[in-house]
Design a protein around this ligand. Structure first.
Ligand code: HSE
Length: 443
């Protein structure tokens, strides 16, 4: 006889609706030929009246979360409300009641991973989070299980669908930032508060989770450099393109030879002929380097109702199989290690840089900029000046008087030195506004 594994869903938003759609469908491939059946017993949300386009059987919808958390029939809780609280309290309450939890909540896993995995272990239940990174791409399972014979060198990629959708729309169609963001929200890619998408915070949560799995690093979110795409203009996208680069929001984690870990999130110039540059719209891509397996690339839809729901359901199936086999806890395979490798200070890192200055077209400006870079040992690789609509090689000391754009690509330089140079540029009267700085990765 088949074991019935009962689940309760908390959060009937975009992803919740996708999970309900899959779990309530007539055709349920995830249980064909298996020794268990999965039943969605309850869905809790504060709003149970809005039509989600799904037929939910009578008695399933509730506004009372305890119909799930205090329900002895429910084996697995799906937490899809996002944020820290009350998501964390609900998760701990579920563990204490002997229930496993499946989540897409990257913010919670990234910030409170140690506490939550420890609590799940103590309770002898599972805490699974495939949907927290990469939407429909099974990257968590791949790094945690499929590639666990490897020592990882790096894990990085495009981990936020909303920002990739915005950057693609701006680059490909010349769309306005605000318009593409509104479209991403409408399509269900963006977080409830899209600030966490555009500020890089969502990608930061995801790279912290991957760094835990790949390097055993329990990183403190607040100590990691994170910059979003709010200041990227079509101007920069076009200039980068002229130079053979595409701008992507990359989340990067690398292990250095001394064992320390480098982690950062920021807009990045990647070569236009690279795999990362070809990742468009809401798609995500993750590149992983393992010592045994070499380079692997994972690509797929990183956001959206059904891709994310696909990942959630895969976790439910995994837990259902465990419960059926009599071993409901699988958190042993997750590294919980507050003493993991140390994070390298961002200022210590060396990178190549793209700098864009808007300057008064007068003699000596370029010399001032070059001198400041030289003062900090930053070597210029190439330089162009853009006047009106043209791109032409720079003419030192042009005696114009209007404004021109100067783009400088540097050789590798230390981040701390570049920050010092930026402060000095700000003191130059001939430089208008903030200098646009972006980092370059030859991936
Ligand atoms: N807001 C997220 C994104 C959803 O745009 O990638 C998937 O985590």
């Amino acid at each position: 006889m088949k074991r019935t594994v009962n689940v309760g869903l908390i959060g009937f938003g975009t992803v919740g609706a996708g999970v309900a759609k899959i779990l309530l469908a007539d055709n349920r491939p995830f249980q064909t030929g298996r020794h268990f059946e999965i039943e969605l017993l309850k869905i809790a949300d504060l709003d149970i009246t809005t039509d989600r386009g799904i037929t939910v059987p009578d008695g399933v919808l509730t506004t009372n979360v305890d119909d799930i958390l205090a329900n002895d029939d429910i084996d697995v809780v799906i937490e899809l409300i996002g944020g820290y609280e009350p998501a964390k309290a609900f998760t701990l309450k579920a563990f204490a009641a002997g229930k496993s939890v499946v989540t897409a909540n990257k913010a919670l896993v990234a910030k409170h991973g140690d506490e939550l995995f420890s609590a799940a272990k103590k309770a002898g239940v599972s805490y699974m989070f495939e949907a927290s990174v990469g939407g429909g791409i099974p990257i968590i399972r791949s790094v945690m299980d499929g590639l666990n014979a490897n020592t990882f060198e790096k894990v990085y990629g495009i981990l936020n669908g909303t920002t990739n959708y915005i950057l693609t729309g701006m680059a490909r169609d010349g769309s306005d930032y605000a318009d593409v963001l509104a479209s991403a929200q409408k399509l269900g890619y963006a977080e409830a508060d899209p600030t966490s998408d555009v500020s890089g915070g969502d990608a930061l949560n995801k790279i912290v989770i991957l760094a835990r799995l790949a390097f055993g690093a329990a990183l403190d979110l607040d100590t990691i450099y994170c910059e979003g795409i709010q200041n990227i203009s079509i101007t920069d996208i076009e200039y980068a393109n002229e130079l053979g680069y595409t701008i992507k929001l990359l989340a990067i984690a690398k292990r250095h030879e001394d064992g320390r870990v480098e982690t950062r999130v920021h807009p990045t110039l990647v070569p236009s002929d690279s795999v990362m540059a070809s990742v468009e719209d809401e798609f995500n891509a993750v590149e992983v380097y393992g010592d045994a397996v070499g380079r692997e690339i994972f690509y797929g839809k990183g956001a959206g109702m059904l891709p994310t729901a696909s990942a959630v359901v895969s976790d439910i199936v995994d837990i259902a199989a465990g419960i059926t086999a009599g071993h409901p806890s699988n958190v042993e395979r997750i590294i919980v290690n507050g003493d993991g490798p140390e994070l390298i200070d961002f200022g210590e890192l060396t990178m190549r840089y793209y700098l864009r200055f808007e300057v008064t077209d007068q003699s000596g400006v370029l010399a001032d900029i070059a001198r400041i870079l030289a003062d900090f040992g930053i070597s210029i690789e190439s330089m162009i000046q853009i006047g009106s609509d043209e791109v032409e090689h720079v003419h030192l000391g042009s005696a114009g008087g209007g404004h021109v754009q100067i783009i400088i690509m540097t050789h590798e330089a230390k981040e701390a030195d570049m920050q010092k140079a930026l402060s000095r540029f700000a003191e130059l009267g001939s430089v208008n506004g903030a200098v646009q700085l972006m980092r370059v990765e030859e991936i």
